[in-house]
Structures are given as C-alpha cells and as structure tokens.
Write a protein that binds this ligand. Sequence first.
Ligand SMILES: Nc1ncnc2c1ncn2[C@@H]1O[C@H](COP(=O)(O)OP(=O)(O)OP(=O)(O)O)[C@@H](O)[C@H]1O
Ligand SMILES: [Mg+2]
Length: 225
Amino acid sequence: MKIITIKDLCFGYENVSVLSHISLSVEHGDFVGIIGSNGAGKSTLLKLMLGLLKPDSGSIRLFDKEIAQFKEYYKIGYIPQNSSSLAAGFPATVEEIVKANLFAQIGFLRFPTKKHKVLVQQALETVGMQDYAKRMIGELSGGQQQRVMLARVLINHPQILLLDEPTTGVDFKASEALYALLEKLNLESHITVMMVTHDIERISRLAKRVICIDHNGVLEEKHDV
Ligand SMILES: Nc1ncnc2c1ncn2[C@@H]1O[C@H](COP(=O)(O)OP(=O)(O)OP(=O)(O)O)[C@@H](O)[C@H]1O
Ligand SMILES: [Mg+2]
C-alpha cells in the first residue's frame, strides 16, 4: 500500500522557489532516508506532507486520499527539527510531555484515567525510558530527550514516522541506539519510517531507500528490493 504519493510538487516561500517538480512515493514498511544540503527544502517537504504548508502546484496523497480530504493525522508521528531542545526549556516531566500528546483522545476537560497512565508507561518502555517518567525533561541528555519525543508520538500508534534530524546534538552511541530502535520499530512493528538526516554514512547502511533532495528535484541514491 502507498502511504505517501507526491507528484510534480512545486513550492516556494513568497515566490522564492524551494522545491521544484518533486515526485516520490513511500510504501507501507519503507525505511526512507532523506538527505540534501542545508536549505535544500527537506524540512519544508515534511511540512508539506503534514498539510502545514500548501503546494504551489502538484499533488500529495496520504493513505490513498488527496491531502485536502485527509483527516487521520494521528496515523502520522512527526518529530520536528530541534523539537527536543525546545521541549527541554519546558518545566514539565517526561510523563507529562508524553501524556500531552494523548489530549486528542482524552479531550481537554477530562482528567486522564488509569488507562492513559498505562499507555504513557508502555510508550516509555518501548523507548527504554520507563525509569525516567518523573524526571524533568530539561534534566535529560539530548539522546534521552529524543527517546521521549519518540515515545510522545508512539503513544498514538502512528503508521508512519516523519523524523526531522532526530540525531542532531546526540552523541555517537546514543544515536546508534536511536537508529537501532527505529530499525526495530520498522521491522517488528511495521512502522514506516521517513527520516531527514545529514548522517549519510549511517542512513545509507540502515535505510532501505535514500533520497537526495536538491533544487533540481529528487535523486534516489539507494533502493534495496
Ligand atoms: N518560513 C519560511 N519563510 C521563508 N523562507 C523559509 C521559511 N522556512 C524555510 N525557508 C527557506 O526555505 C529554504 C528551505 O528550508 P528548509 O528548512 O526546508 O531546508 P532544510 O533542507 O530542512 O535545511 P537544513 O538541513 O538546514 O535543516 C531555505 O532557504 C530557508 O531559508
Ligand atoms: Mg531542516
């Protein structure tokens, strides 16, 4: 099944063209690395896929629906660029950060139940952060914060993860662990992964596909069958 289909997408900010004639598709179970130089438009592409920006021309389909008709955004887990450093300034515990993403289900006026607490605990266990539930997010290392960010999106059981440079500011060992975790989620839980990174060497080893974005469009550099 195709999860994302992009055809001939063009986009610019205030008439400064950033992406021109991008076409690509992502299948269920794919592990796709997106590479490209600073300013190439990688983050912009993710925002277009999330409906946060509107294309100038071309089309985007998500889960076999035109993006304008698509409403099931809980199926997409998005971790924006620098999200953990933003979260680190927040006076909140790990548990609260993860639970906050459940509000779509809980509703703002109802108190979280015991069931929700269990879901938070399970999500933290998946990323190996169950012992840190009561800690302040700002007290954790960069790698630990990224795991919490991952738990925060996993709590909604997404079918695809869109990750924008999740290993920036994370040391070698912790990013190895994060990559291993993403590989496990992809292979065992069949979660489709699309990840922007500058870590070309490691993503080339790990991802099934690596796509390079530049001003001329996309170039698929690796495609395992
Ligand atoms: N909100 C905005 N308004 C105007 N221009 C923007 C905006 N956001 C990004 N840009 C510009 O669009 C281009 C693409 O930015 P984008 O953030 O998508 O690049 P990127 O490939 O993610 O880069 P990096 O590797 O540095 O994260 C850049 O030239 C950037 O300056
Ligand atoms: Mg970016």
